[in-house]
Design a protein around this ligand. Structure first.
Ligand SMILES: Nc1ncnc2c1ncn2[C@@H]1O[C@H](COP(=O)(O)OP(=O)(O)OP(=O)(O)O)[C@@H](O)[C@H]1O
Ligand SMILES: [Mg+2]
Length: 497
């Protein structure tokens, strides 16, 4: 493997109002290697990558490519220097088509400045065919799933012939099959001498593909090292600054009456005859491959999508689910898997995002009680260790994991009876995951019920009392705690039992 340094940054500094995001960062990537960046939410990983891609301008420091100093003023220049990035928060225009997205910022034009759409179409078709993807070039992005869009972003970066590709949480929303595909692609890219900077909170993945690892903490580099000279536990300890022992704070609790009972829920083409129950004090899991129908079932339960038949009982009372407002009134909340599309209100402050759906709690006689609102939000942020410079900071500027915590706080404020959490720990570091698990445990202890949809089997096994496994729109199996194992779940999930 090459010792040649492809990209190097030296003494990079970057501040945002109230935070020093990066402090004197030195970091280098060898040619033709995968270099993983690890670190807790808010450690500064994405900020450094945005600097390398010309999205942010550092206050100090220098970037070198092939040991030559370069200025990266904007992403277009980054692209010309051979740098590409797959961003962490997928920022897409829902009305845009697949081909427009693929050629964004580099549409071929003729001498009269007109876009050569025929060429765009042909190239797009070729790409999709080469990559074995089934979408149509003129299909709108809003009709694709998160996983499709993420795959498209990956292909776009690769198709640009970049020499350095930054992948910021590329596997947070794709299926295992696509992860395997991505890893094969990464291996091919390495052979071609391409360097990859790989950011992920999934440390097992990191150890699967990384040659080098750099750990960030609070805007500084803790250490850079060869992957084969360290291990997962050492990396975790460096990330959080302490040893983590029991990562699943699950308690065995007495369960109570049935909170939620779902009977034969059906929705045309999406899922059929889904029946399950959730008791007070329980945490139940929904496992399955991406696309098994778990999110669709939860969306219907929460009133986001309609059902074609079936019955829902909340605390024994038959309930018709009409819309989200009704579900919230019935004590049910849902944390969505796609926080961009359904979660955050981007331009608003963290404070507003958190208190948005609980405003009536802070209104007395027609007046908003700002101080109480602020104190309550603050206490939740404190409890969940949300890292934000101020409550007025726009939510967009928080790190991915911290955005998720704000959304969770927003729902906790409503003190719901039934919490549906769809991939609640996606993109979240080990420390913050632990805090979310603790909150789930606390909810259960208070006699509430939690439904966790997750693609990470260890967390389902670690946190749930029972697990339902879905496959192709049906519940294929229900596992009791003593039956839990990754193999047992996968058997049902792949429909091979
Ligand atoms: N545009 C911005 N405005 C203000 N603060 C910002 C902005 N971008 C990042 N920050 C802050 O800089 C710090 C580093 O954030 P960054 O997004 O780089 O973290 P990260 O390591 O990528 O975390 P995660 O794993 O959650 O994605 C955080 O405190 C974050 O709130
Ligand atoms: Mg990030």
């Amino acid at each position: 493997m090459s010792e040649e340094i492809k990209l190097r940054v030296s003494q990079i500094e970057k501040s945002f109002p109230g935070v020093k995001a990066l402090d004197k960062i030195d970091f280098s990537v060898r040619k033709g290697t995968v270099h993983a960046l690890c670190g807790e939410n808010g450690a500064g990983k994405s900020t450094l990558m945005k600097i390398i891609n010309g999205i942010y301008k550092p206050e100090a420091g220098q970037i070198y490519i092939d040991e030559q100093p370069v200025q990266v003023k904007d992403p277009i220049q980054a692209r010309n220097l051979g740098i590409a990035m797959i961003a962490q928060e997928l920022n897409y225009v829902p009305e845009m088509s697949v081909e427009e997205n693929l050629f964004l910022g580099r549409l071929p034009v003729n001498n009269f400045g007109k876009v050569k759409w025929r060429e765009v179409r042909q190239n797009t078709l070729k790409f999709l065919k080469d990559e074995g993807l089934h979408y149509k070039p003129d299909q709108k992005l809003k009709t694709l799933t998160v996983s499709d869009i993420q795959m498209l972003e990956i292909i776009k970066a690769i198709s640009n012939d970049a020499q350095v590709i930054v992948m910021d949480e590329p596997t947070s929303a794709i299926t295992q099959k696509e992860v395997d595909l991505l890893f094969k692609k990464i291996a091919l890219l390495k052979e071609k001498g391409v360097s990859i900077i790989y950011i992920s909170h999934k440390l097992d993945e990191v150890f699967q593909i990384a040659d080098d690892i750099t750990v960030f903490r609070d805007g500084t580099v803790v250490k850079s090292m060869r992957a084969d000279e360290t291990d997962i536990n050492e990396v975790i300890a460096m990330m959080v600054g302490r040893k983590m022992e029991n990562i699943y704070p699950k308690e065995k609790l007495q369960t109570g009456e049935t909170l939620l009972e779902v009977k034969d829920l059906c929705s045309d083409n999406l899922y059929e005859n889904v029946s399950f129950h959730l008791d007070r004090g329980e945490i139940i899991g929904f496992a399955g491959l991406v696309g098994a129908g778990r999110t669709e079932v939860m969306r219907s339960l929460f009133g986001l999508d309609s059902i074609s038949s079936g019955e829902v009982y909340i605390s024994g009372k038959k309930t018709s689910i009409r819309n989200v407002a009704g579900s919230i009134r019935n004590g049910m909340i849902m944390l969505s898997e796609d926080r961009r599309r359904y979660g955050i209100v981007p331009v608003r402050s963290v404070m507003e995002n958190a208190s948005l759906s609980s405003l009536e709690q802070f209104v007395y006689g027609g007046y908003a009680h700002r101080k109480k609102e602020k104190d309550t939000v603050k206490s939740y942020f404190h409890k969940m260790n949300v890292k934000t410079p101020t409550l007025e900071t726009s939510i967009q500027s928080l790190s991915g994991g911290n955005q998720q915590k704000v959304l969770l706080a927003k729902w906790m404020l409503r003190n719901p009876d039934i919490m549906i959490l769809d991939e609640p720990t996606r993109g979240i570091d080990v420390g913050a995951k632990f805090e979310i698990y603790k909150l789930m445990t606390e909810m259960a202890r208070e006699g509430k019920g939690v439904i966790m949809v997750s693609s990470e089997l260890p967390e389902l096994i670690g946190m749930c009392d029972r697990i339902y496994v879905m496959c192709q729109g049906r519940i294929e199996g229900e596992l009791q705690k003593e039956e839990f194992s990754q193999e047992a779940i996968m058997k049902f999930a792949t429909g091979t039992c």
